[in-house]
Design a protein around this ligand. Structure first.
Ligand SMILES: [Zn+2]
Length: 186
C-alpha cells in the first residue's frame, strides 16, 4: 500500500483525515516494535525518541545516523525488492541502536558513533543476532495467511543473513556459531 498523493488532509473533513491516515507507507516496516523501542527509550532516558526509516536510491556512507532525539535508518532501493532482506537489514540497524542505547543521552558519544568508520565485530554480531531473533519472533506472530509474505523459517533467515554478511567472513563464522548454539538450546 502506498500513501495517497495528498500530502495533508483537509483537517475539517473527518472522511479526508481518516482516508489519508489510514494508508500505511510502504516503508513502515516493523512499526509496532519500533513504537515499543521508542517508548522504552522514553521510559529509560526521558527522551522522546523517533526511529525514522528512509528509502534511498544512492549508496550512502552509513546505514544509521544517530541524533539525540532520533535515528535515521536508510535502506537502499535495491534492498526493497526482497522483503526478507529489508526486514533483516532494518532489524539489524535497530540492533545497533539497542547496542548503543545507554549512550543516547550523551551528545558527544552519539556524535562519535556517527564519525566512526565501522562498528566493532562485537557490535555487528549483536546487531545481526538481534535481527535474526527479532524477525524469527515476528514470523511466529503472523499466523494469518494474509501475512504469509512476512513469515520466514530460521533457515531462510540464516541463509539471507549469510548473504548479507558474506563480505565479512569473520563475522559470518561467528554468527553461524552463535545461531547454531541458540538452536541447540531451543
Ligand atoms: Zn551493522
Amino acid at each position: 500500500m502506498c500513501r495517497p498523493n495528498t500530502k495533508y488532509p483537509d483537517w475539517d473533513s473527518p472522511e479526508d483525515c481518516a482516508r489519508v491516515f489510514s494508508y500505511v507507507a510502504e516503508d513502515n516496516y516493523l512499526a509496532h516494535s519500533i513504537r515499543e523501542i521508542e517508548k522504552t527509550i522514553l521510559r529509560k532516558h526521558s527522551i522522546n525518541y523517533h526511529i525514522l526509516i528512509f528509502k534511498q536510491g544512492r549508496d550512502i556512507p552509513f546505514k544509521v545516523f544517530f541524533r539525540k532525539n532520533s535515528c535515521e535508518i536508510r535502506i537502499q532501493d535495491i534492498e526493497i525488492s526482497s522483503i526478507i532482506s529489508v526486514r533483516l537489514r532494518l532489524a539489524h540497524e535497530i540492533g545497533h541502536l539497542i547496542y548503543n542505547i545507554d549512550l543516547l543521552p550523551n551528545s558527544e558519544k552519539i556524535d562519535a558513533l556517527n564519525r566512526r568508520g565501522t562498528a566493532s565485530l562485537e557490535e555487528e554480531l549483536f546487531a545481526w543476532i538481534f535481527a535474526f531473533e527479532m524477525i524469527k519472533e515476528k514470523s511466529g506472530q503472523y499466523h494469518d495467511d494474509m501475512y504469509k509474505d512476512y513469515q520466514f523459517t530460521p533457515s531462510e533467515l540464516k541463509k539471507t543473513i549469510a548473504a548479507l554478511t558474506s563480505d565479512i567472513p569473520e563475522l559470518n563464522a561467528a554468527l553461524n556459531k552463535r545461531i547454531r548454539l541458540a538452536e541447540a538450546q531451543a
